[in-house]
Design a protein around this ligand. Structure first.
Ligand SMILES: Cc1cc2nc3c(=O)[nH]c(=O)nc-3n(C[C@H](O)[C@H](O)[C@H](O)COP(=O)(O)O)c2cc1C
Length: 160
């Protein structure tokens, strides 16, 4: 019960932008992303669909790194520009990932914060939090079977 409420409170803080992560966890460097692929952008857009059934397969760290970079990674390190555009280049969106049991190879379960500048991630909470995030998301329990969940938050202070 207590854990459920922790999950709900954490989720609400993330959604409302009140959670500014400051912690002592060392950052975990991620494999370099690839800027080339076998599927065209047009084909990827055409084939994209929301999936709610997941195979019980572990993602590779390369795969996770590629997805994180695709969401908010750096494409111009001199100017700090990212893959996604942002008004005034203020980049208010942050990516957190929730890793479930056997979700990603060699990675502990927990919630991590993606750090675009270093292309690394830092753990902020240990343990398999999938049930909490499912409950906090209007009890959509299919989420509890996802190996990894991406949580996108907005830090309003960066833009106000
Ligand atoms: C901002 C956003 C929030 C969404 N939230 C949910 C959700 O809470 N539960 C869910 O099952 N699908 C959610 N979806 C997925 C939509 O239901 C889905 O995009 C829509 O049904 C169209 O299907 P498609 O993505 O396969 O084209 C969300 C999509 C977006 C863009």
């Amino acid at each position: 019960m207590f854990e459920k409420w922790i999950g709900v409170i954490l989720f609400l803080f993330m959604v409302t932008g009140l959670l500014e992560v400051k912690n002592g966890h060392a950052s975990i460097p991620l494999p370099k992303p690839s800027s080339d692929g076998k599927v065209s952008v047009e084909k990827a857009i055409k084939q994209r669909r929301t999936i709610r059934d997941f195979q019980e397969r572990t993602l590779s760290l390369n795969h996770l790194a590629q997805l994180l970079w695709s969401a908010q990674g750096i494409t111009d390190s001199t100017k700090g520009r990212r893959v996604a555009p942002s008004g005034g280049a203020l980049y208010p969106l942050d990516i957190y990932i929730l890793i479930g049991e056997n979700g990603v190879e060699k990675m502990e379960t927990g919630i991590y914060h993606y750090l675009p500048k270093e292309h690394s991630m830092s753990m902020i909470l240990k343990g398999d939090r999938r049930r909490e995030i499912s409950s906090a998301s209007l009890s959509q329990m299919w989420m509890a079977k996802a190996p990894v969940t991406f949580i996108i938050t907005a830090e309003y202070r960066r833009i106000t």
